[in-house]
Unconditional design. Structure first.
Length: 204
């Protein structure tokens, strides 16, 4: 049951992240190749980087599904842009699936990190990288400071979720139960952050 839930959440995340990346590139007036590249990298970049760090062949290169869902997201982004004629990244029908994707990707990263026998900090880094790495890569490709470093309470949700995952594992829960708990925490915190416009303090 848990595997089915994660599978669906990952699909939602892949599509939502690809939409976000593609819309971002459309706003920057990239051509179709650039739009597709940014959409795919936003959806898959974090997972690819994580897999390389733990010496695995990236799942995105082995699975037809991951790339296919990312391409669906790119196509949907083009359609949505034509329909709305504006930046839709802050619309709730994008933000909520994006929050689902963040929770699913963070959990996947935490589980893979744990199974790779890395440290507590390794779990946090790989879980967070899986959740936000694609967005960071797309921002760098556009020559921008990654938005997760300055604009939003986003990566913090993944960090908190990874810590919850680790505490759950240490407390004796199996990886499936710890993963579900991690996913729920990340999703709930992200939704609250959206509703109340949470931001981390700045140093003036």
């Amino acid at each position: 049951m848990a595997e089915d839930v994660f599978f669906v959440m990952n699909i939602i995340g892949l599509v939502a992240f690809a939409i976000t990346g593609a819309i971002k590139s459309i706003r920057e007036n990239l051509d179709l190749f650039g739009i597709t590249t940014l959409g795919i990298m936003t959806a898959l970049g974090g997972g690819i980087t994580r897999d390389l760090l733990v010496n695995n062949i990236p799942n995105a290169l082995r699975s037809v599904g991951d790339m296919s869902f990312a391409l669906v997201g790119v196509w949907l982004a083009v359609v949505l842009h034509k329909l709305f004629k504006e930046d839709i990244r802050n619309r709730y029908f994008i933000l909520i699936p994006d929050a689902i994707g963040l929770s699913a990707f963070t959990t996947t990263g935490a589980i893979i990190a744990y199974n790779s026998d890395v440290s507590f900090f390794g779990i946090i880094i790989l879980a967070t990288l899986t959740g936000v790495g694609g967005g960071i890569i797309s921002d760098i490709l556009l020559g921008k400071i990654p938005s997760v470093l300055r604009d939003d309470f986003y990566a913090s949700c993944a960090i908190i979720g990874a810590i919850v995952f680790y505490v759950a594992i240490v407390s004796g829960l199996d990886t499936g139960s710890a993963g579900l708990l991690c996913s729920a925490v990340v999703f709930m915190i992200r939704i609250v952050a959206i509703l109340y416009d949470w931001k981390l303090p700045r140093i003036e």
